[in-house]
Ligand binder design. Structure first.
Ligand SMILES: C[S@@+](CC[C@H](N)C(=O)[O-])C[C@H]1O[C@@H](n2cnc3c(N)ncnc32)[C@H](O)[C@@H]1O
Length: 343
């Protein structure tokens, strides 16, 4: 007989082992359009109808829907001897393309790109670096994925969608009204810039990102009528950084080595107006490195894709003070942490 404690540990082990199957079930239901169809239909549907509408086999669909029910991504009800499937509140909120807080593009990026990258994890651990050369035919992750406009747009949609979950929280974590001129370095689609102008009516935001990203952001993500968001095409390592009161670096530092972060933060410090600041937004590791799990998983993703890693609060304050910034203060939000430091 095994003890209850042992049995619980074994259950956890088996759940970990199946973690990727869970992800793939959810990604596949997104990809095939199950959640979208149920959102559009407005009423629960039978497995056969769902299979017919989505052009799949009835057998495959029945098994996929069953797994989604067990994962609480779908719910069932019985009507006239038939089992009917509907979205749960969570799927309605997050898993359809048009869901209010859609994570569809996030799921698709994970399914089509991240999942494949993780195939090389053992090699990345052995070599201590990403394997972009093997998987993307380029040393630099961004160079690799931005070669195709379609892929760049998918990456930007993924970045954009994730902020529908926690963007407002990180921008509201500190009172940023004292910083009228904000520069979002590597600001991508402008999701956080939009949160800034929503929360702080007197600020303007300049997004500096690579030229192809800026062009795509203007075309697909930010309307021309948006007067308070401006763009600069550039490379934040090579080109001039514009003067501002506050610099946002959201999910930037975790892409780069300590040396590159130090180089960038020093450049930001020099460009920053007196009494200005820098806001770093990242998933921060606990000081004892025992968690949070999501930050550790992000670190693994950084290993396979970038030069970077997630860091502890002390590692961030060391980088910030080496660049000249002081008074670093950290606030935790549900998903990401915000660290504000002053010039
Ligand atoms: C992980 S994404 C984060 C995007 C955005 N800050 C967010 O949190 O949604 C990193 C961003 O940095 C940009 N980037 C990468 N290298 C860059 C460089 N050398 N100069 C300017 N932007 C760069 C990428 O194009 C991308 O938009």
């Amino acid at each position: 007989m095994i003890s209850t404690e042992e049995a619980e540990s074994i259950t956890t082990l088996i759940q970990y082992q199946h973690g990727f199957v869970i992800s793939k079930v959810m990604f596949t239901a997104c990809e095939l359009g199950v959640f979208d169809l149920l959102l559009e239909s407005g009423e629960p549907l039978s497995s056969t109808t769902i299979a017919e509408c989505l052009g799949t086999s009835p057998h495959g669909m029945e098994l996929l829907l069953g797994a989604c029910v067990a994962l609480k991504l779908l719910r069932t009800e019985r009507k006239d001897e038939q089992v009917l499937y509907g979205n749960t509140d969570l799927s309605s909120l997050c898993l359809g393309k048009s869901s209010p807080k859609s994570q569809y593009h996030h799921m698709m990026w994970f399914s089509e790109s991240t999942y494949l990258n993780l195939h090389y994890l053992a090699d990345a651990v052995r070599e201590g670096k990403n394997l972009n050369e093997k998987s993307l035919n380029s040393k630099n992750f961004y160079e690799g994925i931005y070669r195709s406009e379609e892929q760049m747009q998918r990456f930007m949609s993924y970045m954009n969608g994730t902020w529908s979950l926690g963007g407002r929280d990180v921008i509201a974590a500190f009172d940023l009204s004292q910083f009228p001129q904000i520069c979002d370095l590597g600001g991508s689609s402008g999701a956080l810039a939009k949160e800034c102008i929503y929360l702080y009516p007197y600020c303007t935001v300049t997004i500096l990102d690579l030229p192809e990203v800026v062009r795509t952001a203007k075309k697909h993500f930010i309307s021309e009528e948006e007067q308070r968001i401006h763009f600069i095409e550039g490379d934040f390592f090579e080109d001039l950084i514009p003067e501002a009161d506050l610099y946002i670096l959201a999910r930037i530092c975790h892409n780069w080595t300590d040396e590159k972060c130090a180089q960038l933060l020093t450049k930001v410090y020099k460009a920053c107006k007196p009494r200005g600041g820098v806001l770093i937004i990242e998933m921060v590791l606990n000081e004892d490195r025992k968690g949070p799990l999501l930050a550790h998983l992000q670190s693994i993703l950084m290993l396979v894709r970038t030069e970077g890693k997630e860091r502890t609060p002390l590692e961030y304050s060391t980088l910030l003070s080496a660049a000249g910034f002081k008074e670093a203060e950290r606030k935790k939000t549900r998903l990401y942490d915000a660290i504000l430091a002053r010039k």
